[in-house]
Design a protein around this ligand. Structure first.
Ligand code: 5AD
Ligand code: SF4
Length: 475
């Protein structure tokens, strides 16, 4: 699983789907919360509606369809949905007053988990559609247009794969894109809703993934992030019956002309198999960055979380990856204040952070999720203790992150310039290690991978200038 952008340090690449292109009359606005997979799903929803003549727009005001693609991983996200639905009630009324009709749809994991609650609490919602059934959006939109006022609830886990029903991309994705290769989770960590909202683990066939990756490369994508809630559990069955691991798939994606960078997220420590680790040593396109959530440094808490690994096993997975790719940058997720967490348990988490030296990490206060085993635990940690521990953990993470960034000063790195910078004359780019880099560069270099000398480092970003010499560190 990947952390929600609104609570993580690096910005998400896209949380509203927009595009230019031909100008049909009707418009759709998609707002996305949560993980990168939701960003991918939002783009696919736009693709599904494009053949019906819907063009994506930035604003909900005036749009013919508004889709809220939701996240259920922590409490705040559900509340955000309901406050957004409150605002959209006025937007929908305004559209009706001007003689139009706005179809309001709630998609994603909150839709899956709380469908009937949504239709009961927000009567102006027309469609509630879960993450495994959004390929039926064209049909649902047609039904909603006919039956105004009657909410449609579609939260099945259909037997057929939604991926078989997704059309080609309707708009170019830019230079860096996401591609979902695996979905769902069978791990059942005791705090997590994903196995319930996204369903059982499913791996797309490798041929389908390679077709999509080639299309993306042809449309200008140079960096591809392979997505899955448990991406390194990937086991896609090819037409001849052979089962591909993630390591094998990464090698094949690396062979696609135009794809120069590959990343994958999110992984489970127990699924770091030898083929994947070998890919880190052998596939030049695979970037030296690994997001490997550990959640806690205490074995007692890890057992209660049903993570099925110890802190030592996590450290040994990291040691194996580091042996294959010594400069790998590491990232993780942490939960503080899980039921029963003592100060000693928390100290073990701090010790793990200091031992690993993460290049970045995300940390969250434990939030009980309805229906998950941990939510009924009797020994909840008080909110004030959670907040105090979170602050200490974030200090330790930031410390490691600053050190990692400062060690880059003076190096020349290949930077993929992916968007305009915040200051005039500047572009934003990504280092191989996933750092944000601000570079003074002309706009015609957007989309290029250029050598940049790193001159300054802060906790959250690097600053550099275009370098004449080739990169010293990474291919
Ligand atoms: N409370 C707090 N954080 C959670 N996460 C998942 N479920 C919860 C929860 N109930 C965090 C984990 C996961 C990340 C995506 O979100 O750290 O890796
Ligand atoms: Fe959730 Fe655990 Fe599965 Fe990750 S591995 S999606 S935390 S159940």
């Amino acid at each position: 699983m990947t952390p929600p952008p609104d609570e993580m340090a690096p910005a998400s690449r896209l949380d509203t789907v927009t595009a230019t292109g031909s100008m049909p009359a009707k418009t759709v606005h998609v707002r996305s919360w949560g993980c990168q997979m939701n960003v991918y799903d939002s783009q696919r929803m736009v693709d599904l509606l494009a053949p019906l003549g819907y063009r994506p727009v930035d604003e909900a005001e005036g749009a013919d369809i508004v889709i809220l693609n939701t996240c259920h991983i922590r409490e705040k996200a559900t509340e955000k949905l309901f406050s957004e639905l409150g605002r959209l009630k006025t937007t929908k009324q305004e559209k009706a007053e001007s003689g139009g009709n706005m179809i309001l749809a709630v998609a994603g994991c909150v839709a899956q988990a709380e469908g009937p609650v949504i239709t009961a609490r927000a009567k102006h919602v027309d469609i509630v559609v879960g993450p495994q059934s959004y390929h039926s959006l064209p049909e649902l939109v047609a039904r909603a247009s006919r039956a105004k006022g009657e909410p449609i609830l579609m939260t099945d886990f259909p037997v057929e794969s939604k991926f078989d029903h997704l059309p080609e991309e309707s708009v170019p994705r830019g230079v860096a894109a996401f591609l979902t290769i695996q979905e769902g989770c069978d791990k059942f960590c005791s705090f997590c809703v994903v196995p319930y909202t996204r369903g059982a683990e499913y791996s797309r066939p490798p041929e389908d993934i390679l077709v999509e990756a080639k299309r993306l490369a042809q449309s200008g994508v140079r960096e591809l992030t392979l997505l899955g809630q448990n991406v390194n559990a990937y086991h896609g069955e090819a037409a001849g019956g052979a089962v591909w691991s993630l390591g094998r798939l990464i090698g094949a994606v690396g062979d696609i002309t135009g794809i120069e960078r590959i990343r994958y997220m999110t992984s489970h420590p127990n699924d770091m198999d030898d083929e994947l680790i070998a890919a880190h040593a052998q596939v030049p396109e695979l970037m030296p960055f690994l997001h490997l959530p550990v959640q806690s440094g205490s074995d007692r808490i890890l057992a209660r979380m049903n993570r099925k690994h110890t802190a030592a096993e996590y450290l040994s997975a990291i040691a194996r990856v580091r042996a294959a790719r010594p400069d790998i940058a590491l990232s993780s997720d942490f939960i503080v204040g899980f039921p029963g967490e003592t100060e000693a348990d928390f100290q073990a988490t701090l010790d793990l952070v200091n031992a690993v030296g993460f290049a970045q990490a995300y940390s969250f206060k434990y939030s009980p999720r309805p229906g998950t085993p941990a939510s009924s635990a009797a020994d909840a940690v008080p909110e004030a203790v959670k907040s105090e521990r979170l602050a200490r953990l974030q200090d330790a993470i930031l410390d490691g992150q600053t050190k990692f960034n400062q060690a880059c000063v003076g190096q020349v790195m290949p930077i993929l310039l992916d968007r305009a910078g915040s200051r005039p004359g500047q572009l934003h780019g990504r280092s191989p290690y996933m750092q944000s880099v601000h570079v003074a560069a002309p706009t015609h270099l957007l989309g290029a991978i250029v050598p940049v000398r790193i001159e300054d480092a802060r906790a959250l970003s690097l600053q550099g200038s275009l370098a004449a010499e080739p990169c010293g560190m990474v291919a």
